[in-house]
Write a new protein. Structure first.
Length: 338
């Protein structure tokens, strides 16, 4: 691991001041020479692998007193970005009103990691593409822009079938982001000019010609909170993976339904493990709205979710698997007693 400087913020303004150095030059957020340190479970990992090489880490954990609350106020949920994954998964308010969030967190990583890792760090985790994480491969457009993509013709079993570009086919690996996208969450971002809010769906960028630019955050900005309007007790997160614990998704679905007298009034579906960014399946949602829920409808919606999918040599199985995950998640959500 390369040497780096460690600074401990005392509050938001000292964190922003220390991070301001990152706003200079053309660096992207994830290449920035100054990085915020939350749980460190992604950042330190990638520094050990020499994939990320920040000169300075700014420890933002002292901000947890202000930025880790879990508040259900009326019908709205606010989650501090420094809340630990395990605390949010264990919250009775979250389990009762947003089971899709509790389950996405419970099925992520391991108990030890969830005790360390924060929500903000979770949504900013980087791809598990093995060519990205192994610096002995020169050709990775995400790590080394313009160098090519070893995964295109290489071993691409874990890679994306939706949202790829000619430059990058890496999968977005996290679980929580799918739940947040499905619930139309917003994020609060704190920067030197104050606090701004944007739809969570605008955080991640599809790879296009610049796979190294992964988010719309600017260097020096911090995610401070996530907010969700309304309650979604009829919601499910289903994750298919190679083993039942401590493994990333091969295909996952976050589903939230509003069903009245057997008819779907509203449907929200997001896909994980299969796309380059947390993926909202709007075509599938459109199939469901206003229709009586049954097996055929769930299957048609699942097929619509993958209508634009394209498999490669090793990952084409994800299309059929993903469809089954969506259909099963829809059945589970429809059958919930709320
Ligand atoms: P850090 O490592 O501290 O930060 C990650 C990145 O976000 C860094 O670039 C950091 O600078 C930036 N950052 C952190 N907080 C903020 C903020 N508030 N504002 C702006 N930037 C910020 N995740 C899953 O979802 N599902 C899994 O199945 C899963 N399995 C895993 C298995 C293993 C073996 C490991 C090591 C990780 C796994 N993870 C999984 C990923 C894990 O959940 C993430 O590493 C963790 O959530 C990151 O949170 P953190 O607080 O440790 O982030
Ligand atoms: Fe790099 Fe993306 Fe290709 Fe993986 S898929 S090698 S991250 S460019």
């Amino acid at each position: 691991m390369r040497p780096f400087a460690y600074q401990r913020a005392t509050d938001a303004s000292s964190a922003l001041q220390a991070l301001a150095a990152a706003a200079t030059g053309n660096s992207t957020l994830t290449e920035a020479s100054v990085q915020p340190l939350a749980g460190g479970t992604t950042l330190i990992d990638l520094m050990k692998l020499d994939v990320m090489r920040p000169a300075t880490l700014v420890d933002i954990n002292p901000l947890a007193a202000a930025w880790s609350a879990i508040n259900l106020d009326g019908g709205n949920l606010r989650l501090g970005a420094l809340a630990r994954m395990s605390d949010v998964a264990a919250s009775q308010d979250v389990q009762r009103n947003y089971p899709v969030i509790a389950e996405a967190l419970r099925l992520a990583a391991s108990a030890q990691l969830r005790n360390m890792a924060t929500l903000g760090g979770n949504v900013l985790q980087r791809t598990r593409c093995s060519y990205f994480r192994d610096v002995s491969y020169a050709d990775c457009n995400k790590r080394n822009p313009g160098s090519g993509c070893a995964a295109m013709e290489g071993f691409n079993r874990s890679h994306a079938v939706l949202g790829m570009s000619e430059r990058c086919i890496a999968t977005y690996p996290g679980d929580l982001a799918q739940a947040l996208i499905a619930l139309d969450a917003a994020i609060e971002i704190t920067g030197k000019s104050g606090v701004r809010t944007m739809p969570f769906a605008q955080l991640h960028k599809a790879p296009g010609d610049t796979p190294q630019l992964e988010t719309t955050l600017s260097p020096g900005e911090l995610i401070s909170a996530f907010t969700i309007s309304g309650r979604w007790p009829r919601s499910v997160y289903l994750k298919a993976r190679d083993r039942q614990s401590y493994e990333f998704a091969l295909a996952s679905a976050a589903v939230a339904l509003d069903v009245q007298n057997g008819v779907v009034q509203d449907a929200r579906i997001a896909l994980g493990g299969v796309a380059t960014i947390p993926w909202r399946a709007r075509e599938a949602e459109a199939q469901l709205r206003g229709q009586k829920f049954d097996d055929g409808l769930a299957q048609r919606a699942a097929e619509a979710a993958f209508a634009g999918a394209k498999g490669r040599k090793h990952n084409a199985f994800k299309i059929a698997l993903g469809q089954r995950v969506v259909a099963r998640a829809l059945h589970q959500a429809a059958a919930m007693e709320v």
